[in-house]
Ligand binder design. Structure first.
Ligand code: AMP
Ligand code: ZN
Length: 441
C-alpha cells in the first residue's frame, strides 16, 4: 500500500547544494581526477597528449569538452586491469557486465569507491521512502551484476532490514515478501511485473496480503505506461533507478517520489548530453547521448564515458528540495535503435503503445527480419487473461488497435501476433525484447 509521500533526503548537504557550490565542488574534483588519470592510466595520458590537452588546461566545467571520450570498447581492450588508476592491491571489489555482445567488461572498486556507491544507493532508497524501519527485499541478481549488491549495500547503510533474495524462484520470492512483510522491493521492472502477476495467480491480494509501499526498479529501459501497470499490480510506488557497471551500479541517478526524472548524484559524477554523431555537447533539455565523468572514483575513474543511453537532462527545481539535475527516462540506446525500412524505431515506443492497449499484457517480443530484401517487424504480444477469454472479434479489435497505434506513433506497419498468456519467456533479470534476425545472417 502506498505510504504518504515523503521528501526525506539522505545527505542534504550535497543533494541540496546551491548550484554555485556544486559547480565549485565539481570543478575542483574534476581537476583532481583528470590529473590522477593522466598520471596513472597510460591510455588517458596517450589520448590527452594526442589531443594536445594537459591536465592544467582543465580549469572550468566547460573545459570538459576538451577531454577525450571513453567507450565500452576501451574497457574490453583494456580488460581486465588496464584502466585501473590505483595498484591492484587497493582494489577490493570487481563488478562486471556481459553487455549485449557477450564480451565481458569489469570495473574495479577501492573501499572508498564501494562506500561512495553504497551512499548513492542509500540516497536512492531514501528518495523512494526507505528508512531504518523498512524491510527491503532485493530481488536483483547478486554477483558480478551490480544490481543485487548495489541495493543491498544501500539498504544496509540506511539500517533497513535487508533481504538478499537475488533473482529467481519467483514463488519463493513471493512467500518471503508475504511472510517477512517486506515494505520495499528492488529488482528489474520486468521482473517486478512477473512477481506481481505470479502473486495474483497465487491468489494473493497485494493490498491486503503484502505490505509493499515502494520500490526502486531499473537496469533496463521501461516506460511510464509500464510504471502504471506495475503500481496497479503491486499497489505501491515504483521509482526508477539508473546505473551502469562502468560508472557505479544502481544509484548513479534515481527518482524521488515526485517521479519526474532521476536525480543525478552530481557530487560524484558529471553528466553531459552530446549529439551522438557530431559528439558536440548539447544544452539541457535536448535529447541526446548521456556521457558521464566520474569525479570521486579512485579505482577506475572514467573520463567522458559514452553510455549510448539516450535521454534529456532537466535542471528545473524539484518539489522534493533536491537541487541536482534530473535525467529523463532512458528512451533508448543509440545501439538498440532499430532501423526498419529506413525508420528509426525504439523498442520503448512500441512498449508505450502495447501497455496502453486494454487486453494486451506487458509481455512482448519484437522480431525484425528481412523478407525479399524488405525489413519486416513482427510484434508478438501476449493477451492478458481478460483478453484471452474474449471473442474472436475482440481479439481482432485488440490486434487492429495495436497495429494502428504503432503506425501512428512509430510510422511503420507491423505484423501483430497475439499469443497466449505465459508464452513469451519471462525474465528474472533484464528482459530480452528484441530479436533482430537481420544481424544473424
Ligand atoms: P549494466 O552495466 O550491465 O548494469 O548495464 C547498464 C545499462 O543498463 C545502462 O547503460 C542502461 O542502458 C541500462 N539501464 C540501467 N538502468 C536503467 C534505467 N533505469 N532505465 C533504462 N535503462 C537502464
Ligand atoms: Zn525530486
Amino acid at each position: 500500500m502506498k505510504a504518504p509521500k515523503t521528501h526525506a533526503i539522505y545527505n542534504p548537504e550535497y543533494e541540496c547544494m546551491s548550484r554555485d557550490a556544486m559547480t565549485a565542488l565539481q570543478t575542483e574534483r574534476l581537476r583532481q581526477v583528470v590529473r590522477h588519470e593522466y598520471d596513472h592510466v597510460p591510455i588517458y595520458r596517450a589520448r590527452m597528449d594526442a589531443k594536445g590537452v594537459r591536465p592544467e588546461d582543465i580549469r572550468t566545467l566547460d573545459d570538459l569538452r576538451h577531454l577525450p571520450f571513453t567507450e565500452k570498447t576501451d574497457l574490453r581492450d583494456q580488460f581486465p586491469f588496464g584502466l585501473f588508476a590505483v595498484p591492484k592491491k587497493d582494489i577490493v571489489r570487481i563488478q562486471g557486465s556481459s553487455g549485449t555482445t557477450g564480451k565481458p567488461i569489469v570495473a574495479g572498486y577501492t573501499q572508498h569507491d564501494v562506500d561512495v556507491w553504497a551512499e548513492m544507493a542509500a540516497r536512492a532508497l531514501t528518495a523512494a521512502g526507505c528508512t531504518a524501519e523498512d524491510i527491503v527485499q532485493v530481488s536483483y541478481g547478486y554477483g558480478l551484476f551490480t544490481g543485487g549488491l548495489g541495493l543491498h549495500q544501500g539498504a544496509s547503510l540506511i539500517g533497513a532490514m535487508t533481504v538478499p533474495m537475488s533473482s529467481g524462484n519467483t514463488q519463493r520470492q513471493i512467500m518471503m515478501l508475504k511472510e517477512l512483510g517486506a515494505t520495499m522491493l528492488c529488482c528489474t521492472p520486468s521482473y517486478a511485473i512477473y512477481i506481481g502477476e505470479t502473486a495474483r495467480e497465487m491468489g494473493l491480494d497485494p493490498h491486503t496480503d503484502l505490505k509493499l509501499k515502494a520500490g526502486c526498479f531499473g537496469a533496463e529501459p521501461w516506460t511510464e505506461e509500464m510504471r502504471m501497470r506495475l503500481e496497479q499490480l503491486l499497489d505501491f510506488d515504483a521509482c526508477d533507478i539508473y546505473g551502469l557497471t562502468e560508472i557505479a551500479g544502481p544509484g548513479v541517478s534515481f527518482e524521488c517520489l515526485e517521479k519526474n526524472g532521476m536525480h543525478v548524484n552530481e557530487d560524484h559524477v558529471i553528466p553531459e548530453i552530446i549529439d551522438p554523431v557530431t559528439e558536440e555537447p548539447l544544452p539541457y533539455g535536448s535529447s541526446g547521448e548521456l556521457v558521464f565523468t566520474t569525479i570521486t572514483k579512485q579505482g577506475m575513474p572514467m573520463l567522458r564515458y559514452r553510455t549510448h543511453d539516450i535521454c534529456r537532462l532537466d535542471a528545473s527545481p524539484c518539489a522534493c528540495g533536491r537541487t541536482t539535475v534530473r535525467m529523463g527516462r532512458i528512451t533508448g540506446r543509440t545501439d538498440d535503435m532499430l532501423i526498419i525500412r529506413g525508420v528509426n524505431v525504439f523498442p520503448s515506443q512500441i512498449e508505450s503503445v502495447l501497455v496502453s492497449v486494454k487486453g494486451a499484457a506487458p509481455h512482448y517480443l519484437l522480431v525484425v527480419d528481412r523478407e525479399h530484401s524488405t525489413d519486416s517487424l513482427e510484434v508478438q504480444v501476449e493477451i492478458d487473461e481478460s483478453g484471452f477469454s474474449d471473442t474472436v472479434a475482440d481479439l481482432e479489435h485488440i490486434r487492429n488497435e495495436i497495429k494502428d497505434k504503432i503506425k501512428s506513433v512509430v510510422g511503420i506497419s507491423a505484423k501483430i501476433t497475439l499469443v497466449n498468456p505465459h508464452t513469451i519467456p519471462r525474465s528474472e533479470g533484464k528482459a530480452k525484447r528484441v530479436i533482430d534476425k537481420r544481424k544473424l545472417v
